[in-house]
Design a binder for this molecule. Structure first.
Ligand code: SF4
Ligand code: SF4
Ligand code: FES
Length: 362
Protein backbone atom coordinates (compact mmCIF):
# COMPACT_ATOMS: atom_id res chain seq x y z
CA UNK A 1 0.00 0.00 0.00
CA UNK A 2 1.34 3.46 -0.93
CA UNK A 3 2.05 5.87 1.93
CA UNK A 4 -0.50 8.72 2.30
CA UNK A 5 0.80 12.02 0.99
CA UNK A 6 0.80 15.15 3.16
CA UNK A 7 0.66 18.91 2.81
CA UNK A 8 0.79 21.67 5.39
CA UNK A 9 -2.48 23.58 5.66
CA UNK A 10 -2.33 26.72 7.78
CA UNK A 11 0.58 25.29 9.77
CA UNK A 12 -0.88 21.79 10.27
CA UNK A 13 0.31 18.68 8.46
CA UNK A 14 -2.66 16.88 6.90
CA UNK A 15 -3.01 13.93 4.49
CA UNK A 16 -4.63 14.36 1.09
CA UNK A 17 -6.00 12.17 -1.66
CA UNK A 18 -4.51 11.96 -5.15
CA UNK A 19 -6.31 14.38 -7.51
CA UNK A 20 -7.68 16.54 -4.70
CA UNK A 21 -7.58 20.36 -4.97
CA UNK A 22 -6.55 22.84 -2.30
CA UNK A 23 -10.18 23.98 -2.04
CA UNK A 24 -11.69 20.55 -1.37
CA UNK A 25 -9.01 19.76 1.22
CA UNK A 26 -9.49 23.14 2.93
CA UNK A 27 -13.30 22.69 3.00
CA UNK A 28 -12.86 19.22 4.48
CA UNK A 29 -10.87 20.84 7.28
CA UNK A 30 -13.49 23.52 7.90
CA UNK A 31 -11.55 26.39 6.30
CA UNK A 32 -13.68 29.12 4.70
CA UNK A 33 -12.47 30.17 1.26
CA UNK A 34 -14.73 32.47 -0.78
CA UNK A 35 -15.65 31.13 -4.24
CA UNK A 36 -17.81 32.47 -7.05
CA UNK A 37 -17.15 30.51 -10.25
CA UNK A 38 -16.72 27.18 -8.42
CA UNK A 39 -19.74 24.85 -8.15
CA UNK A 40 -19.16 21.30 -6.96
CA UNK A 41 -21.19 19.68 -9.77
CA UNK A 42 -19.43 21.55 -12.57
CA UNK A 43 -16.06 21.50 -14.30
CA UNK A 44 -13.53 23.89 -12.77
CA UNK A 45 -12.68 27.06 -14.72
CA UNK A 46 -10.76 29.07 -12.09
CA UNK A 47 -11.85 32.38 -13.60
CA UNK A 48 -13.23 34.55 -10.78
CA UNK A 49 -10.02 34.59 -8.64
CA UNK A 50 -11.90 34.96 -5.34
CA UNK A 51 -10.40 31.73 -3.99
CA UNK A 52 -6.71 32.64 -4.24
CA UNK A 53 -4.43 31.27 -1.50
CA UNK A 54 -0.69 31.30 -0.87
CA UNK A 55 1.55 28.31 -1.56
CA UNK A 56 5.05 28.69 -0.11
CA UNK A 57 7.71 29.08 -2.79
CA UNK A 58 5.28 30.26 -5.48
CA UNK A 59 5.48 33.97 -6.15
CA UNK A 60 1.87 34.56 -7.09
CA UNK A 61 -1.22 33.41 -5.26
CA UNK A 62 -2.88 30.26 -6.59
CA UNK A 63 -6.58 29.58 -7.30
CA UNK A 64 -7.47 26.98 -4.68
CA UNK A 65 -10.35 25.58 -6.78
CA UNK A 66 -8.12 24.54 -9.66
CA UNK A 67 -4.74 23.84 -8.02
CA UNK A 68 -4.08 20.17 -7.43
CA UNK A 69 -2.30 19.20 -4.22
CA UNK A 70 1.29 18.04 -4.37
CA UNK A 71 3.35 16.32 -1.71
CA UNK A 72 4.92 18.80 0.71
CA UNK A 73 2.95 21.92 -0.33
CA UNK A 74 2.78 24.55 2.40
CA UNK A 75 -0.58 26.34 2.02
CA UNK A 76 -1.94 29.43 3.76
CA UNK A 77 -5.63 30.22 3.21
CA UNK A 78 -5.84 33.42 5.21
CA UNK A 79 -3.39 36.22 6.00
CA UNK A 80 -3.33 40.01 5.44
CA UNK A 81 -2.19 39.68 1.80
CA UNK A 82 -5.02 37.28 0.92
CA UNK A 83 -7.57 39.42 2.76
CA UNK A 84 -6.34 42.53 0.91
CA UNK A 85 -6.76 40.68 -2.38
CA UNK A 86 -10.31 39.54 -1.51
CA UNK A 87 -11.39 43.04 -0.48
CA UNK A 88 -10.00 44.65 -3.65
CA UNK A 89 -11.38 41.98 -5.98
CA UNK A 90 -14.88 42.05 -4.51
CA UNK A 91 -14.89 45.86 -4.48
CA UNK A 92 -14.01 45.73 -8.19
CA UNK A 93 -16.81 43.25 -8.92
CA UNK A 94 -19.21 45.58 -7.13
CA UNK A 95 -18.26 48.65 -9.18
CA UNK A 96 -20.59 47.71 -12.04
CA UNK A 97 -23.03 45.56 -10.08
CA UNK A 98 -26.27 47.00 -8.59
CA UNK A 99 -25.30 48.50 -5.24
CA UNK A 100 -28.43 47.81 -3.23
CA UNK A 101 -28.65 44.32 -1.82
CA UNK A 102 -32.43 44.48 -2.17
CA UNK A 103 -32.18 44.69 -5.96
CA UNK A 104 -30.40 41.35 -6.06
CA UNK A 105 -32.69 39.57 -3.68
CA UNK A 106 -35.52 38.85 -6.05
CA UNK A 107 -34.03 35.66 -7.52
CA UNK A 108 -31.55 33.47 -5.71
CA UNK A 109 -29.75 35.22 -2.82
CA UNK A 110 -26.87 37.34 -4.18
CA UNK A 111 -23.67 35.59 -3.10
CA UNK A 112 -21.59 38.48 -4.42
CA UNK A 113 -23.24 41.04 -2.11
CA UNK A 114 -22.98 38.67 0.83
CA UNK A 115 -19.31 37.92 0.14
CA UNK A 116 -18.41 41.60 -0.28
CA UNK A 117 -20.05 42.28 3.10
CA UNK A 118 -18.30 39.29 4.73
CA UNK A 119 -14.81 40.48 3.77
CA UNK A 120 -15.70 44.13 4.41
CA UNK A 121 -14.89 45.15 0.84
CA UNK A 122 -14.76 48.95 0.36
CA UNK A 123 -18.08 50.30 -0.96
CA UNK A 124 -16.92 53.82 -1.85
CA UNK A 125 -15.18 52.93 -5.12
CA UNK A 126 -16.65 54.84 -8.11
CA UNK A 127 -19.63 53.05 -9.62
CA UNK A 128 -19.41 52.33 -13.37
CA UNK A 129 -22.33 51.93 -15.71
CA UNK A 130 -22.29 48.30 -16.85
CA UNK A 131 -21.28 47.77 -20.48
CA UNK A 132 -23.32 44.59 -20.83
CA UNK A 133 -26.86 45.65 -21.58
CA UNK A 134 -29.86 43.44 -20.88
CA UNK A 135 -31.19 41.59 -23.88
CA UNK A 136 -34.61 42.38 -25.32
CA UNK A 137 -37.35 40.62 -23.40
CA UNK A 138 -37.41 36.90 -24.08
CA UNK A 139 -40.97 35.68 -24.45
CA UNK A 140 -40.45 32.60 -22.26
CA UNK A 141 -42.50 32.82 -19.06
CA UNK A 142 -39.98 31.68 -16.47
CA UNK A 143 -36.31 32.59 -16.91
CA UNK A 144 -35.00 36.15 -17.10
CA UNK A 145 -31.39 37.29 -17.65
CA UNK A 146 -30.36 40.69 -16.24
CA UNK A 147 -27.02 41.39 -17.89
CA UNK A 148 -25.88 44.22 -15.61
CA UNK A 149 -25.82 41.85 -12.64
CA UNK A 150 -23.75 39.20 -14.43
CA UNK A 151 -20.09 38.68 -13.47
CA UNK A 152 -19.44 36.10 -16.23
CA UNK A 153 -18.64 33.29 -13.82
CA UNK A 154 -20.16 30.85 -16.38
CA UNK A 155 -21.87 28.72 -13.75
CA UNK A 156 -25.14 28.96 -15.72
CA UNK A 157 -23.63 27.93 -19.05
CA UNK A 158 -21.63 25.08 -17.52
CA UNK A 159 -24.75 23.87 -15.69
CA UNK A 160 -26.79 23.98 -18.90
CA UNK A 161 -24.09 22.04 -20.74
CA UNK A 162 -22.75 19.62 -18.12
CA UNK A 163 -25.79 18.86 -15.93
CA UNK A 164 -28.81 19.57 -18.12
CA UNK A 165 -26.84 18.56 -21.25
CA UNK A 166 -28.75 20.88 -23.57
CA UNK A 167 -26.30 23.77 -24.14
CA UNK A 168 -29.08 26.32 -24.61
CA UNK A 169 -27.01 29.26 -23.36
CA UNK A 170 -23.39 30.20 -23.88
CA UNK A 171 -20.85 32.96 -23.31
CA UNK A 172 -20.94 35.21 -26.35
CA UNK A 173 -19.24 38.42 -27.52
CA UNK A 174 -15.72 39.61 -26.83
CA UNK A 175 -13.88 41.51 -24.11
CA UNK A 176 -15.99 43.77 -21.91
CA UNK A 177 -19.01 43.09 -24.12
CA UNK A 178 -18.99 39.37 -23.36
CA UNK A 179 -22.39 38.25 -22.13
CA UNK A 180 -24.66 35.21 -21.77
CA UNK A 181 -26.95 34.44 -24.66
CA UNK A 182 -28.59 31.82 -26.80
CA UNK A 183 -27.42 31.22 -30.38
CA UNK A 184 -28.32 34.32 -32.42
CA UNK A 185 -30.13 35.70 -29.34
CA UNK A 186 -33.19 33.58 -30.04
CA UNK A 187 -35.79 33.10 -27.31
CA UNK A 188 -35.15 30.26 -24.88
CA UNK A 189 -38.44 28.86 -26.22
CA UNK A 190 -36.88 28.44 -29.67
CA UNK A 191 -33.67 26.99 -28.28
CA UNK A 192 -32.93 23.60 -26.76
CA UNK A 193 -33.75 25.04 -23.30
CA UNK A 194 -35.91 22.78 -21.13
CA UNK A 195 -36.83 25.62 -18.73
CA UNK A 196 -35.43 23.61 -15.86
CA UNK A 197 -34.39 26.83 -14.08
CA UNK A 198 -31.10 25.29 -12.99
CA UNK A 199 -29.28 28.36 -14.32
CA UNK A 200 -31.26 30.45 -11.80
CA UNK A 201 -30.26 28.18 -8.93
CA UNK A 202 -26.54 28.24 -9.72
CA UNK A 203 -26.24 31.97 -10.51
CA UNK A 204 -24.40 33.68 -7.62
CA UNK A 205 -25.56 37.21 -8.45
CA UNK A 206 -29.26 37.12 -9.28
CA UNK A 207 -28.47 37.79 -12.97
CA UNK A 208 -30.42 34.67 -13.91
CA UNK A 209 -33.68 35.07 -12.13
CA UNK A 210 -37.25 33.85 -12.07
CA UNK A 211 -39.47 35.91 -14.29
CA UNK A 212 -42.44 38.00 -13.39
CA UNK A 213 -45.11 37.66 -12.16
CA UNK A 214 -43.53 35.21 -9.68
CA UNK A 215 -40.71 37.60 -8.86
CA UNK A 216 -43.00 40.59 -8.46
CA UNK A 217 -44.89 38.67 -5.83
CA UNK A 218 -41.72 37.44 -4.14
CA UNK A 219 -40.78 39.19 -0.90
CA UNK A 220 -37.07 39.70 -0.11
CA UNK A 221 -35.05 36.62 0.83
CA UNK A 222 -34.97 37.58 4.51
CA UNK A 223 -38.78 37.30 4.63
CA UNK A 224 -38.82 33.78 3.18
CA UNK A 225 -38.87 30.59 5.19
CA UNK A 226 -37.78 27.41 3.42
CA UNK A 227 -40.07 24.43 3.93
CA UNK A 228 -38.63 21.13 2.62
CA UNK A 229 -41.12 18.90 0.80
CA UNK A 230 -41.34 16.19 -1.87
CA UNK A 231 -42.40 17.17 -5.40
CA UNK A 232 -45.66 15.46 -6.25
CA UNK A 233 -45.60 15.80 -10.04
CA UNK A 234 -44.13 12.35 -10.67
CA UNK A 235 -42.84 9.29 -8.88
CA UNK A 236 -39.13 10.32 -8.78
CA UNK A 237 -39.60 12.03 -5.42
CA UNK A 238 -37.34 15.07 -5.88
CA UNK A 239 -36.86 17.16 -2.77
CA UNK A 240 -37.72 20.84 -3.06
CA UNK A 241 -37.88 23.88 -0.82
CA UNK A 242 -41.11 25.88 -0.76
CA UNK A 243 -40.06 29.47 -0.06
CA UNK A 244 -42.94 30.67 2.10
CA UNK A 245 -43.33 34.34 2.96
CA UNK A 246 -43.26 34.95 6.69
CA UNK A 247 -42.98 38.73 6.61
CA UNK A 248 -45.30 41.57 5.80
CA UNK A 249 -47.10 39.93 2.86
CA UNK A 250 -49.89 37.38 3.36
CA UNK A 251 -48.39 33.90 3.80
CA UNK A 252 -47.95 32.28 0.39
CA UNK A 253 -45.47 30.19 -1.61
CA UNK A 254 -43.35 32.85 -3.32
CA UNK A 255 -41.05 30.50 -5.24
CA UNK A 256 -39.63 26.99 -5.28
CA UNK A 257 -35.93 26.27 -5.06
CA UNK A 258 -33.85 23.13 -5.03
CA UNK A 259 -32.03 22.04 -1.85
CA UNK A 260 -28.23 22.44 -2.13
CA UNK A 261 -26.39 19.92 -4.35
CA UNK A 262 -25.20 16.82 -2.54
CA UNK A 263 -27.90 16.95 0.13
CA UNK A 264 -30.80 15.16 -1.59
CA UNK A 265 -31.22 12.55 -4.32
CA UNK A 266 -32.06 15.13 -6.99
CA UNK A 267 -28.66 16.75 -6.24
CA UNK A 268 -29.75 20.37 -6.61
CA UNK A 269 -31.83 19.84 -9.78
CA UNK A 270 -35.52 20.29 -10.56
CA UNK A 271 -37.57 20.13 -13.77
CA UNK A 272 -39.82 22.80 -15.23
CA UNK A 273 -42.93 21.48 -13.46
CA UNK A 274 -41.33 21.06 -10.06
CA UNK A 275 -39.71 24.49 -10.13
CA UNK A 276 -42.29 26.69 -11.80
CA UNK A 277 -45.73 25.03 -11.77
CA UNK A 278 -46.84 26.11 -8.32
CA UNK A 279 -49.50 28.71 -9.14
CA UNK A 280 -52.16 26.13 -8.34
CA UNK A 281 -51.29 26.33 -4.63
CA UNK A 282 -53.01 29.68 -4.21
CA UNK A 283 -55.20 29.60 -7.35
CA UNK A 284 -58.75 30.79 -6.66
CA UNK A 285 -60.22 27.76 -8.52
CA UNK A 286 -58.39 25.28 -6.31
CA UNK A 287 -60.70 22.73 -4.63
CA UNK A 288 -60.37 22.99 -0.88
CA UNK A 289 -63.44 21.01 0.24
CA UNK A 290 -65.08 17.88 -1.26
CA UNK A 291 -68.00 18.38 -3.68
CA UNK A 292 -70.85 15.87 -3.92
CA UNK A 293 -73.47 15.86 -6.71
CA UNK A 294 -76.93 16.23 -5.23
CA UNK A 295 -80.41 15.17 -6.41
CA UNK A 296 -80.56 18.44 -8.37
CA UNK A 297 -77.56 17.31 -10.47
CA UNK A 298 -75.39 20.13 -9.09
CA UNK A 299 -72.17 19.85 -7.08
CA UNK A 300 -72.47 20.89 -3.43
CA UNK A 301 -69.84 21.32 -0.72
CA UNK A 302 -69.78 18.37 1.66
CA UNK A 303 -67.76 17.08 4.62
CA UNK A 304 -65.08 14.44 4.02
CA UNK A 305 -67.25 11.87 5.87
CA UNK A 306 -70.22 12.57 3.55
CA UNK A 307 -68.09 12.45 0.42
CA UNK A 308 -66.28 9.22 1.39
CA UNK A 309 -69.55 7.56 2.38
CA UNK A 310 -71.10 8.51 -0.98
CA UNK A 311 -68.09 7.07 -2.86
CA UNK A 312 -68.08 3.87 -0.77
CA UNK A 313 -71.85 3.37 -1.31
CA UNK A 314 -71.43 3.78 -5.07
CA UNK A 315 -68.54 1.32 -5.26
CA UNK A 316 -70.35 -1.27 -3.12
CA UNK A 317 -73.46 -0.93 -5.31
CA UNK A 318 -71.46 -1.61 -8.52
CA UNK A 319 -69.76 -4.61 -6.91
CA UNK A 320 -73.09 -6.04 -5.66
CA UNK A 321 -74.80 -5.64 -9.04
CA UNK A 322 -71.94 -6.49 -11.46
CA UNK A 323 -69.16 -8.20 -9.48
CA UNK A 324 -65.78 -6.96 -8.22
CA UNK A 325 -64.15 -6.88 -11.67
CA UNK A 326 -66.64 -4.30 -12.84
CA UNK A 327 -64.60 -1.93 -10.65
CA UNK A 328 -61.27 -0.36 -11.54
CA UNK A 329 -58.99 1.93 -9.51
CA UNK A 330 -56.66 4.46 -11.10
CA UNK A 331 -54.28 6.27 -8.82
CA UNK A 332 -52.17 9.33 -9.57
CA UNK A 333 -48.46 9.90 -10.02
CA UNK A 334 -48.98 12.98 -7.87
CA UNK A 335 -49.57 10.71 -4.87
CA UNK A 336 -46.72 9.43 -2.74
CA UNK A 337 -45.56 5.80 -2.97
CA UNK A 338 -47.29 5.13 0.35
CA UNK A 339 -50.59 6.53 -0.92
CA UNK A 340 -50.36 4.43 -4.09
CA UNK A 341 -49.67 1.36 -1.94
CA UNK A 342 -52.85 2.08 0.01
CA UNK A 343 -54.90 2.40 -3.21
CA UNK A 344 -53.80 -1.05 -4.41
CA UNK A 345 -54.52 -2.44 -0.92
CA UNK A 346 -58.01 -0.93 -1.06
CA UNK A 347 -58.55 -2.39 -4.52
CA UNK A 348 -57.21 -5.90 -3.84
CA UNK A 349 -58.02 -6.48 -0.16
CA UNK A 350 -61.25 -4.50 0.28
CA UNK A 351 -62.97 -4.68 -3.12
CA UNK A 352 -61.22 -7.93 -4.22
CA UNK A 353 -60.22 -6.84 -7.70
CA UNK A 354 -56.79 -6.58 -9.31
CA UNK A 355 -58.00 -3.81 -11.63
CA UNK A 356 -55.65 -1.17 -10.26
CA UNK A 357 -53.21 1.11 -12.03
CA UNK A 358 -51.24 4.28 -11.45
CA UNK A 359 -50.85 6.77 -14.27
CA UNK A 360 -47.05 7.00 -14.10
CA UNK A 361 -46.75 3.20 -13.76
CA UNK A 362 -43.83 3.68 -11.39
S1 SF4 B 1 -33.51 26.83 -17.87
FE1 SF4 B 1 -32.22 24.93 -17.84
S2 SF4 B 1 -32.07 24.33 -20.01
FE2 SF4 B 1 -32.80 26.47 -20.00
S3 SF4 B 1 -30.98 27.77 -20.16
FE3 SF4 B 1 -31.36 27.50 -17.95
S4 SF4 B 1 -30.12 25.67 -17.37
FE4 SF4 B 1 -30.30 25.68 -19.63
S1 SF4 C 1 -25.79 34.81 -15.36
FE1 SF4 C 1 -25.12 34.33 -13.28
S2 SF4 C 1 -24.30 32.24 -13.41
FE2 SF4 C 1 -24.42 33.04 -15.50
S3 SF4 C 1 -22.39 33.88 -15.90
FE3 SF4 C 1 -23.68 35.57 -15.16
S4 SF4 C 1 -23.32 35.65 -12.95
FE4 SF4 C 1 -22.57 33.66 -13.65
S1 FES D 1 -13.70 29.90 -7.28
FE1 FES D 1 -11.63 29.60 -7.75
S2 FES D 1 -11.24 30.98 -9.34
FE2 FES D 1 -13.39 31.15 -9.00
Amino acid sequence: MSKPKHVTLNGQEVPFEEGETILTLAKRHGEEIPTLCYEPRLSVVGSCRTCLVEVKGRGRMMPSCSTLLEEGMDITTTNPRIERHQKALLALYMTDHPQEHESCETGAPCELHQMAADVNAPRDWPHMEPIRQSRPDDRNRFVEFIAEKCILCSRCTRYCDEVEAVNAITLTGRGAKTTISTTDQISLLDSSCELCGGCIDVCPTGAMTEKKPHVQQAPPERELEKVRTTCNYCGVGCQMDLNVSNGTQPRHVAKITSPPPGTTTNDGNLCVKGRFAYDFISHPDRLKVPLVRGEDGQLHEATWEEALQKAADGLMKVKAEHGADALGFISSSRCTGEENYLVQKLSRAVFTTNNVHQCAAT
